[in-house]
Design a protein around this ligand. Structure first.
Ligand SMILES: Nc1ncnc2c1ncn2[C@@H]1O[C@H](COP(=O)(O)OP(=O)(O)O)[C@@H](O)[C@H]1O
Ligand SMILES: [Mg+2]
Length: 497
């Protein structure tokens, strides 16, 4: 007899159904355990985990011949989430649980040698796919049940062990109620009041927070670039419903979703080290995994010491910066992942990092190469550039500057104005230029002049307009006027001037 169970393969952020077919011979001449249907290494190793876990659940299967087929055959199956559905079908083959009960539920989870169930990435996507298939009950690790419960129509049953899953299916134990896990502590974000001086950079940070614009900060070491960037999450608004669901799906698929977090409302802040590979930044590797650009979706990607990043890694950021998506292609197929974030970058004016231009020991050629490395691939996508100097020593001991809470109020007010219009300025796709209100006569003249004199590309003009719109929003004005365009133009050129 062929036994069936329902598993799911995670591909990008989505799960696709995989049917587990199991054939068991209980008194064979030769005990075997074979898995076919494009399993990866981790899945092949399920044989050892399932044998051991089954023995701990009181069902020795090492004397049987077990043949497992994962269909459809052409889909590559990865990871350990297939352990539980395979084990359930195999136990059904040994008469320990009714085959029709196993056939009625979806299941996911990794087995430990002692039979405990360990969480796997992507339970949210699995729950969605199961509901789409009409499978409302999902057997899953206890720690993942709350995540699955976020999906309407899904009835997750969290199990601590394989044995418990079998007892629940057999009606010998009742499913435990969904355990309320306390939400994780919100990340601690330092306050903007710590940053002395740097009024222009603070203004830029506020504009970028209000409109999701890309920012480049250039200045000598130790003047507060990193400090400012790390304080940005404090002035960002919480994620709205659709974005919260997307960010939760991303974190679920990446396996970084914290237990008890529910829908993630905190905008992500990703700060990869400059040694990051292209695969780490944009995603991929031998398996299709979300990269930093996807993990930063809905929030901020902070690239500190920008020119230290690998050139190919920076080049790879172009497409996601423009399109808000990234395509990862592998032999096994390609997936499109979201990659919509605000880029915040920081760099020194020259490679030696001297505090003053007069003390710089770099040759002109070296400085140019250093700046080109950062600006080449990205400059056209940077909306706001700002130069930071050393703050006056007196400023360091002056009164405390504005705190995060005050700046945040203004950012939230600007975002509310945008919400009424139905769009956040920085998120507007390029081909929806028409959605941006035309600036007034003076603003238009200025833009045309800039396009001609400064050789601003149409993309550049569009980006300036978006920033001007945000500046008007912060000023609580409906019309984009000449002064808003002027500030936006100045900011665009701020880091290169
Ligand atoms: N504008 C500033 N106001 C207050 N402290 C500052 C400022 N700039 C730098 N510092 C101090 O110097 C340290 C290093 O600043 P950092 O932001 O890392 O500099 P950068 O990234 O520009 O090299 C900070 O932790 C802080 O103690
Ligand atoms: Mg720094």
């Amino acid at each position: 007899m062929v036994l069936r169970a329902h598993a799911f393969a995670l591909i990008g952020l989505d799960a696709v159904p995989v049917e587990v077919e199991v054939h068991v011979t209980t008194a064979p001449k030769l005990p075997t355990f074979t898995i076919v249907g494009l399993p990866d290494k981790a899945l092949q190793e399920a044989r050892a985990r399932i044998r051991s876990a089954a023995a701990c659940a009181g069902v020795p299967i090492h004397e049987s011949a077990v043949l497992v087929n994962l269909a459809p055959a052409e889909v590559r199956k990865e990871g350990a989430g297939f352990d539980l559905p395979m084990a359930l079908a195999i136990l059904a083959g040994h008469g320990k649980v009714a085959a029709e009960l196993v056939d009625e539920v979806a299941a996911t989870g990794e087995l430990a040698f002692d039979g405990r169930l360990r969480p796997v990435p992507g339970v949210l996507a699995v729950a969605e796919a199961a509901v789409r298939q009409g499978l409302r009950t999902l057997l899953c690790p206890e720690a993942s049940a709350a995540e699955a419960a976020l999906v309407p129509g899904c009835n997750p049953i969290g199990c601590a062990t394989l044995g418990e899953a079998v007892r629940i299916l057999n009606g010998e134990a009742s499913p435990r109620p969904l355990r309320a896990v306390p939400p994780p502590a919100p990340p601690v974000v330092a306050d903007l009041a710590d940053v002395r001086g740097q009024p222009s950079a603070r203004r830029c940070l506020e504009i970028c927070a209000a409109g999701d614009h890309n920012l480049l900060m250039v200045g000598p070491p130790g003047v507060g670039k990193t400090m400012l960037a790390r304080r940005l999450p404090g002035i960002l608004p919480p994620l709205d419903d659709p974005l919260a669901l997307l960010v939760t799906r991303i974190q679920s698929a990446a396996g970084t979703l914290e237990a008890g977090s529910g829908l993630v409302r905190v905008p992500p802040f990703r700060a990869p080290h400059h040694s990051a590979t292209t695969a780490a930044l944009v995603g991929g590797g031998s398996r299709i995994r979300p990269g930093e650009v996807t993990l930063a979706t809905g929030g901020v990607l902070f690239l500190d010491e920008l020119p230290e990043f690998r050139r190919d890694a920076l080049e790879a950021l172009r497409v996601p910066l423009e399109d808000g998506v990234v395509r990862i292609s592998r032999v096994s197929g390609s997936v499109l992942l979201p990659a919509r974030f605000a880029l915040i970058a920081a760099m020194n004016p020259c490679p030696c990092g001297s505090p003053e231009p007069s003390a710089c020991t770099c040759t002109r050629g070296r400085i140019e190469a250093y700046q080109r490395k950062a600006s080449g691939p990205l400059l056209d996508r940077i909306d706001v550039g700002v130069r930071l100097g050393r703050p006056d020593p007196e400023v360091l001991h002056a009164d405390r500057p504005e705190a995060t809470a005050q700046v945040r109020e203004r950012v939230l007010a600007a975002r509310r104005r945008q919400a009424v219009r139905g769009v956040v300025n920085g998120r507007l796709p390029v081909d929806r230029l028409a959605d941006l209100a035309e600036p007034d006569e003076e603003g238009r003249r200025m833009l045309q002049l800039a396009a001609r004199r400064l050789l601003l590309s149409p993309r550049g003009v569009h980006r300036v307009l978006r920033v001007a719109r945000t500046i008007a929003d912060l000023a609580e004005e409906d019309e984009v006027r000449g002064c808003h365009v002027a500030e936006a133009l100045a900011l665009r050129l701020g880091s290169v001037a």
